[in-house]
Design a protein around this ligand. Structure first.
Ligand SMILES: Nc1ncnc2c1ncn2[C@@H]1O[C@H](COP(=O)(O)OP(=O)(O)OP(=O)(O)O)[C@@H](O)[C@H]1O
Ligand SMILES: [Mg+2]
Length: 182
């Protein structure tokens, strides 16, 4: 069973491949409604209706290197296994919105996994884009945005420097830990 952090990496890489310049990731642990919601929103090339209809079919992909695309259909399968579901909405040249909903307490729900590693891996992508990440646990939340961090760092320090990446990694890990404890 794959961790949700690996699903998140996979789905967000789709957004990067789709030439997005803005990518918003939100993870919501809604204890009251027993839901874990993961949304990925981008402003990339988007998909037409035909592609959306086929995208959840594991034997469809626009990749040329192999003919099975699994990212979205695997996440959908995992969502459904818990009693949840996956929704996609997209429009060509506007962007794509993916929302995975999982029942938090369901025994088949994959663990969150290493979210900090997923976010830092995405930040280290070759492609240039602003990544914003929000994590909510009940009524509390924290967020980061790569453009904001880069602005604070100024021109002399690159967000991809290992010391900054390390700091972001600990920042995310510690914040998730403390929200879970609260
Ligand atoms: N955010 C997105 N923007 C535009 N097109 C997308 C996006 N996400 C998915 N797609 C389209 O849906 C197809 C299926 O995506 P999916 O992640 O399921 O498989 P894949 O990326 O093709 O292969 P895999 O993820 O298994 O390496 C993609 O090939 C792409 O055409
Ligand atoms: Mg993919």
């Amino acid at each position: 069973m794959r961790d949700l952090s690996l699903h998140l990496l996979d789905i967000t890489r789709n957004s990067v491949t789709a030439k997005s310049t803005e990518i918003n990731i939100e993870i919501i642990e809604d204890i009251k409604n027993d839901l874990l919601i993961m949304t990925i929103e981008d402003n990339g090339i988007g998909m037409d209706q035909k592609t959306i209809d086929r995208v959840l079919d594991p034997f469809f992909t626009t990749r040329k290197t192999r003919n099975v695309g699994l990212g979205l259909s695997l996440l959908k399968a995992n969502c459904k296994l818990t009693g949840g579901d996956l929704e996609i909405s997209s429009a060509p040249n506007i962007g794509t919105f993916v929302k995975g909903m999982l029942v938090l307490s369901n025994i088949d729900r994959p663990p969150l996994g290493n979210i900090a590693a997923t976010i830092t891996t995405l930040i280290l992508s070759e492609e240039k884009f602003n990544l914003s990440f929000i994590y909510k646990h009940d009524n509390e939340s924290f967020s980061i945005s790569t453009d904001e961090i880069q602005e604070i760092l100024g021109d002399d320090v690159d967000i991809k420097d290992w010391s900054i990446i390390n700091w972001i990694d600990s920042y995310i890990t510690e914040n998730i830990e403390s929200l879970k404890k609260a």
